[in-house]
Design a protein around this ligand. Structure first.
Ligand code: ADP
Length: 241
């Protein structure tokens, strides 16, 4: 499902967090939003999800205007940086909860929920942990459960806010590869936020570089590598490392 952002603005009080953001994301793309802390990445992601509303501008999914739609109607999967799993629920219950975000009429019956949870547990290779609680899982396992929960409603768009930020380097690399494979297999459109340039360049079909509430650059990773004079991204990358 393609995503079009048309002149999105967002202020918090007097502070303009997003300044006239326009962006086209093609169907099936895996897009990385890269930029320093405070550049507006999370705010933009939350506006695409419908978790936050813009002050102006339009959002279209596959040509349909969803600007006024509630998060439930938009049917996007969302993965939070710190997993946001429910501590009092088992792994299976956490995944099943992913279906509770659907409007009541669209929620499947109990048997179908069980079937789908089983399938997702297989997909994230954690079927053996179905009855465990989040506190009994590693960080990487928790994030895979959070992904399974986001995928439970079969979203056409999956949004991830610094999905691997809290994990150590080895787990992060493994999960990156795993997300890339999952994305290619299930063919959803995906936008993830990161301030890790290596992650953005390795994982994305397109990298969107943000700074101070604006988009500075949109390019394929290969093009970003190939353009040493590319003004912004390498300035920024230079500062991070
Ligand atoms: P990033 O994800 O790139 O780190 P954010 O989108 O989280 O940036 O934040 C962009 C700017 O907007 C920051 O300066 C942040 O302090 C501000 N901001 C974000 N959310 C709020 C809010 N709910 N209230 C006030 N300011 C906010």
């Amino acid at each position: 499902m393609s995503i079009s952002l048309e002149r999105i603005n967002k202020s918090f009080g007097n502070f303009q967090a997003l300044n006239d953001i326009s962006l086209e994301i093609g169907d099936g793309q895996l897009v990385g939003l890269l930029g320093p802390s405070g550049s507006g990445k999370t705010t933009l992601l939350r506006i695409i999800a419908g978790l936050e509303s813009a002050d102006g501008g339009r959002i279209l999914f596959q040509g349909e205007d969803v600007t006024g739609q509630h998060v439930r109607e938009r049917r996007v999967g969302f993965v939070f940086q710190h997993y946001a799993l429910f501590r009092h629920m088992t792994v299976a219950q956490n995944i099943a909860f992913g279906l509770d975000v659907l409007p009541r009429k669209q929620r499947p019956a109990a048997a179908e929920i069980r079937r789908r949870v089983g399938e997702l547990l297989e997909m994230v290779q954690l079927a053996h942990l179905a009855e465990r609680y989040p506190s009994q899982l590693s960080g990487g396992q928790k994030q895979r459960i959070a992904l399974a929960r986001a995928l439970a409603m079969q979203p056409r768009i999956l949004l991830l806010d610094e999905p691997f930020g809290a994990l150590d380097a080895k787990v992060r690399k493994d999960l990156r590869r795993w997300l890339r494979n999952l994305h290619d297999e299930l063919n959803f459109t995906s936008v993830f936020v990161t301030h890790d340039q290596e992650e953005a360049l390795e994982l994305s079909d397109q990298v969107v570089v943000m700074s101070a509430g604006r988009i500075e650059q949109v390019d394929r990773p290969q093009a970003l590598y190939a353009k040493p004079d590319s003004r912004f991204v390498f300035d920024f990358l230079g500062h991070v490392n």
